[in-house]
Design a protein around this ligand. Structure first.
Ligand code: 13P
Length: 261
C-alpha cells in the first residue's frame, strides 16, 4: 500500500520562455514561496533558460531540471546536450520520454532506457513519461501500452537508481487539450503502474515511487486528483507558464495532502 507523499509538482515549460520571461516568472514564484512550502517544486525551462534559471534559484527551495538529454556524455552529436552539461549548470532533474519527443522526434522505449541510465550515472533524477493515445484508450489497450513503456523504459535499474525515478503518467489525449483525465481514470492507471513497478523492483520500492499525473492539470482539478491514493503530484504544462495557476495547483495539492495526515 502506498502512503501519501509530499506533493511533487513540476512545471514543464516546453518550448516557451525567453530569458526576460524566465526572470519574471521565477521572481513571481519565489515571491509565492511560503505558499509552496508544503510541496516539492521543480521547474523545467528550455535549455536556453536553464543557466539563468539555475542562478536565480540557487539556494531557494525551487529545484530545476531539463526537458531532455542525450545518452552520451560528450562527443560529436551536433545539437544535443548531455547529462554532465546539465549537472554542470545546476540541474537536478531531467524529463525523459515525453510524448512530444516520442511523437515528433522518434524517441523509442530503447532510447528512453539509455537516457534514463545516462541520467542516473550522472546523478540526475529522471522524470519518465508514459501514456496512451486516444486510439489506444478506445481500443482498450491503455494498461498494455503503459505497462510496456514502464517495463522497457525502466529495465535494468539498480535499486538505488530506481529510488531516484519519478514516473509521469500523461495520457496523450489529455495533453494541451483541456481534457483532464478524471481522478478515477488517472488513479486506475497509476495503480497499474505501481503494480508493474512492484513486479520489477518489489513492493517496498514500488510503494515509495513517485508517480505523478500530467495532462491539462488546472487549479480546479488538482485537489481531487491528488486525493487519489496513487497520485503523488503533477507534471503541469500550460498552467505552469504563469505563477498564479501553478502556485494554485500546488496549494490545492498541499491542502489535499494535509487532510490525509
Ligand atoms: P498541459 O498541462 O499543457 O496539458 O501539458 C501537460 C504536459 O505535457 C506536461 O509535460
Amino acid at each position: 500500500m502506498p502512503h501519501k507523499k509530499t506533493p511533487f509538482i513540476a512545471g514543464n515549460w516546453k518550448m516557451h520562455m525567453t530569458l526576460q520571461e524566465t526572470r519574471s516568472l521565477l521572481t513571481a514564484l519565489l515571491a509565492a514561496s511560503p505558499d509552496l512550502a508544503g510541496a516539492e517544486i521543480v521547474v523545467l525551462p528550455p535549455f536556453t533558460a536553464l543557466a539563468e534559471a539555475a542562478a536565480l534559484l540557487l539556494g531557494t527551495p525551487i529545484q530545476i531540471g531539463a526537458q531532455s538529454l542525450f545518452w552520451e556524455d560528450k562527443g560529436a552529436f551536433t545539437g544535443e546536450v548531455s547529462a554532465p552539461m546539465l549537472v554542470d549548470i545546476g540541474c537536478r532533474f531531467v524529463v525523459i520520454g515525453h510524448s512530444e519527443r516520442r511523437q515528433h522526434f522518434g524517441e523509442t522505449d530503447a532510447a528512453v532506457n539509455k537516457k534514463i541510465l545516462a541520467a542516473l550515472r550522472n546523478g540526475l533524477r529522471p522524470i519518465v513519461c508514459v501514456g496512451e493515445t486516444l486510439a489506444e484508450r478506445d481500443a482498450g489497450r491503455t494498461f498494455e501500452r503503459v505497462e510496456s513503456q514502464v517495463a522497457l523504459g525502466l529495465s535494468g535499474l539498480s535499486p538505488q537508481g530506481f529510488r531516484e525515478i519519478v514516473v509521469a503518467y500523461e495520457p496523450i489525449w489529455a495533453i494541451g487539450t483541456g481534457k483532464t483525465a478524471t481522478p478515477a481514470q488517472a488513479e486506475e492507471v497509476h495503480y497499474r503502474i505501481r503494480l508493474k513497478l512492484s513486479e520489477k523492483y518489489g513492493n517496498d520500492l514500488a510503494a515509495c515511487a513517485i508517480i505523478i499525473y500530467g495532462g491539462s492539470v488546472k487549479p480546479a482539478s488538482s485537489y481531487s486528483l491528488f486525493k487519489e491514493k496513487n497520485i503523488d503530484g503533477f507534471l503541469v504544462g500550460g498552467a505552469s507558464l504563469a505563477a498564479e495557476p501553478f502556485v494554485q495547483i500546488a496549494k490545492e495539492a498541499i491542502r489535499a495532502y494535509k487532510e490525509e495526515l
